[in-house]
Design a protein around this ligand. Structure first.
Ligand SMILES: [Zn+2]
Length: 57
């Protein structure tokens, strides 16, 4: 059930990587945020990771 509809829905996680069209797999990733002098690392954040290029969603 896939349709080529383009909607402004940024909250939706794509079924495939938008860069390389690789398969996304649910896993965990480290989220690193940099706020001026501070580096905040949040570990084991649930995320979808591309199996091909490693892009995190
Ligand atoms: Zn990818």
């Amino acid at each position: 059930m896939e349709r080529m509809e383009e909607k402004e829905d940024f909250q939706k996680i794509p079924n495939r990587c938008t860069f390389c069209r690789g398969t996304l797999k649910q896993g965990k990733s480290d989220f690193i945020a940099r706020v001026e002098d501070e580096v905040i690392v949040i570990r084991d954040v649930p995320a979808f990771v591309c199996q091909q290029c490693g892009e995190v969603y």
